[in-house]
Design a protein around this ligand. Structure first.
Ligand code: HEM
Ligand SMILES: C[C@H]1O[C@@H](n2cnc3c(N)ncnc32)[C@H](O)[C@@H]1O
Ligand code: SF4
Length: 349
């Protein structure tokens, strides 16, 4: 019998690798110079057709900075008309009332805005632009006036670790519908020396668990698969059954969705498990997306927890966590190796 492959639930799409900022951690090492060979508008629409034939995932228009691409509204409209839930990830510095109106007209459902510090100093240093914080807050004001839902994305690194709880407070004050923390992955301009220690990682995820229990807005930890272990360890200690009611969306999902429910498509059509793991699954210019999603070697391997090596391979949480494959790759060159930033020793409960 041939096993059915579920369609992706979420696709992040680097519409352009160009960007108006120059962030220290950028996975795409994006700059103002746009590399050649970006998918054309027609190629972008063809890709949307292929995706919509396979399923109806959330399509994240990302970058680079997606608002630097002039056909972004046309592409968003096309995705909306194809029945996809289209969202857009931006640094927020380019938002104007006109742009927000066009995003609305294109059917974009939500924006994510990156805020990596609770003060202008931290955020601007992170983002490589002196007035980035001010401009992003101004962008958020525009969104609020237009009643456009937005979430805040904050990336945790050594540079802002102690300010992370304050970025959560800021997200709530600003009226965000959700707060997603990303944990730095050392790829592109992201440096391993900026990653928080495994102990700090553990500490911040425990804080996150506490916040999630009491938060009115949705919280999500991205690129922190061990959160799903911590959630189970804590719930067990507290004698709580994990459900959507007690733990929100996180109760229904698992650590890393790369290759199982999620994939990343680059500005030139390359398909990867996520934007942080440079192991190519295929290129939509050369192969149908369905074929890449269903048959590529890297996706097939990532769908099988038995392929995991080291302590991840013997861990009782491997089905809900599976470690960050991009961090394993950055540390060892083998994406199936154990997650280097997890303090847990399997079997210790
Ligand atoms: C609504 C439910 C959402 C879910 C379940 C979700 C889930 C995810 C997942 C699983 C990843 C991949 C990270 C990994 O490999 O573990 C991810 C990454 C990402 N998400 Fe979300 N997300 C959601 C909403 C959004 C929204 C609304 C936006 C933007 C408006 C957004 C922006 C992003 C971006 C930009 C990435 C990074 C992609 C990359 O560069 O690889 N997400 N999200
Ligand atoms: C979509 C989100 O991804 C974040 N982002 C960009 N580069 C990295 C990286 N190397 N590691 C983790 N997150 C990153 C952005 O800051 C944005 O908030
Ligand atoms: S992280 Fe986003 S805003 Fe920053 S340089 Fe990269 S693409 Fe631009």
């Amino acid at each position: 019998m041939i096993a059915m492959t579920n369609p992706p639930r979420l696709i992040a799409w680097e519409l352009t690798a160009g960007c108006n900022l120059n962030c220290v951690h950028c996975r795409g090492a994006s700059t103002s110079s746009v590399p050649e060979g970006e998918l054309t508008t027609e190629e972008a629409k063809h890709f949307i057709d292929e995706v919509a034939e396979l399923g109806k995932p959330i399509l994240i228009l990302s970058g680079g900075e997606p608002l630097t691409r002039s056909d972004v509204f046309e592409i968003a409209r096309y995705g909306t008309d194809a029945g996809l839930r289209v969202v857009l990830a931006t640094n927020g510095t380019l938002l104007t009332p006109e742009i927000v109106e066009k995003l609305k007209e294109a059917g974009v459902q939500r924006l994510s805005i990156s805020i990596d510090g609770a003060t202008a100093e931290t955020h601007d240093n992170f983002r490589g632009m002196p007035s980035a914080f001010e401009r992003t807050l101004a962008g958020i004001e525009v969104l609020k006036k237009a009643d456009f839902p937005f979430q805040i994305n904050a990336t945790v690194s050594k540079r802002n670790l102690e300010e992370i709880p304050k970025t959560f407070e800021l997200a709530k004050e600003l009226g965000a519908v959700a707060y997603h923390v990303f944990f730095l992955v050392p790829t592109g301009r992201g440096e391993e020396s900026d990653e928080v220690s495994p102990a700090d990682y553990e500490r911040i995820l425990h804080w996150f668990y506490d916040m999630q229990k009491e938060s009115e807005i949705q919280l999500k930890a991205t690129c922190a698969p061990h959160y799903f272990r911590i959630m189970r360890q804590r719930a067990k200690k507290e004698g709580i059954e994990i459900s959507v009611k007690t733990h929100g969306y996180e109760a229904m999902t698992k650590g890393c969705l790369g290759g199982t429910g999620f994939c990343f498509v680059s500005s030139v059509g390359e398909v990867y498990p996520c934007g942080y793991l440079p192991v190519l699954a295929g290129n939509i210019r050369e192969q149908p997306f369905k074929d890449i999603w269903e048959n590529s070697e890297v996706f097939r391997k990532l769908r099988n927890p038995e392929e995991l090596k080291g302590k991840c391979g013997i861990c009782e949480y491997k089905n809900v966590c599976a470690g960050c494959r991009a961090r394993a790759y950055a540390a060892t060159g083998d994406y199936l190796e154990e997650e280097p930033y997890c303090i847990y020793r399997p079997g210790k409960k």
